[in-house]
Design a protein around this ligand. Structure first.
Ligand SMILES: [Ca+2]
Length: 233
């Protein structure tokens, strides 16, 4: 029995040790309950991970207010009740892309420099565009965007190597009574940059969590790739 308890304690430390290198569970707001004063939350059923690296001198997708913005484009094919987005830099050492995950070529090219990091900042916007036709890419480039949410620092994510909790996390709950806050079918984009103005450089993992499986959900670094994925090419 003593041996068994010892084994159990050792296993517990072992599991804790592994998890410390990874990311905490990505829990949803939906279905959150308080039982005996303790908050109980369910992890997102579907989590898409995107591994990337922003290299020195990269040309951003856009410059707004002195900040260099990079975008991830997201096609949501059916109305979603809630979406969670988080971003961590640098990529924790034990994390590597799985078969279903996305990674950029810069992630592979700069694998040895993945310790470099930046103070993340994320935003979530929806395009005034819901049709997927042959003009999709051209229309998406000139469409206007509605800001849903933004986040700079989140306490629930591990600290950066500086010891500061500067990683980002947010959850957007669909409000069906408010067209500017509802997660209807359509084109969305996640903007990421750094809190400080200037160059963004380092590795990052971005994750998108959904409370239900969203068949046909697509994510890509540019609109052309997104369109190809939406068309099953
Ligand atoms: Ca931050």
């Amino acid at each position: 029995m003593k041996k068994l308890i010892f084994f159990f304690i050792v296993s517990l430390f072992f599991i804790k040790g592994i998890n410390a290198q990874k990311l905490p569970a990505f829990d949803a707001d939906l279905g959150k309950k308080t039982v005996f004063g303790q908050e109980i939350r369910i992890p997102y059923l579907d989590v898409i991970s995107y591994f990337g690296y922003i290299k020195e001198g990269s040309v951003p997708d856009e410059e707004r207010g002195g900040k260099k913005y990079y975008y991830l484009y997201l096609w949501i094919p059916v109305a979603a009740p809630e979406i969670g987005i988080r971003m961590v830099s640098p990529i924790p050492p034990q994390l590597s892309p799985g078969k279903e995950d996305f990674k950029t070529s810069d992630y592979s090219d700069y694998f040895n420099e993945r310790k470099k990091y930046f103070d993340t900042w994320i935003s979530f916007e929806r395009a005034d565009l819901i049709t997927n036709d042959s003009n999709f890419v051209a229309n998406a480039k000139t469409t206007s965007w509605k800001m849903y949410a933004q986040n700079d620092d989140s306490n629930e994510l591990p600290a950066q190597p500086s010891g500061k909790k500067y990683n980002s996390c947010m959850r957007i709950t669909s409000d069906v009574n408010n067209s500017s806050k509802s997660l209807v079918m359509g084109l969305y984009r996640i903007g990421f940059t750094t809190y400080k103005t200037g160059d963004v450089q380092g590795s990052f993992i971005a994750q998108i969590g959904a409370v239900v499986k969203l068949p046909g959900i697509q994510i890509a670094r540019d609109l052309e790739s997104l369109k190809a994925a939406m068309d099953g090419k």
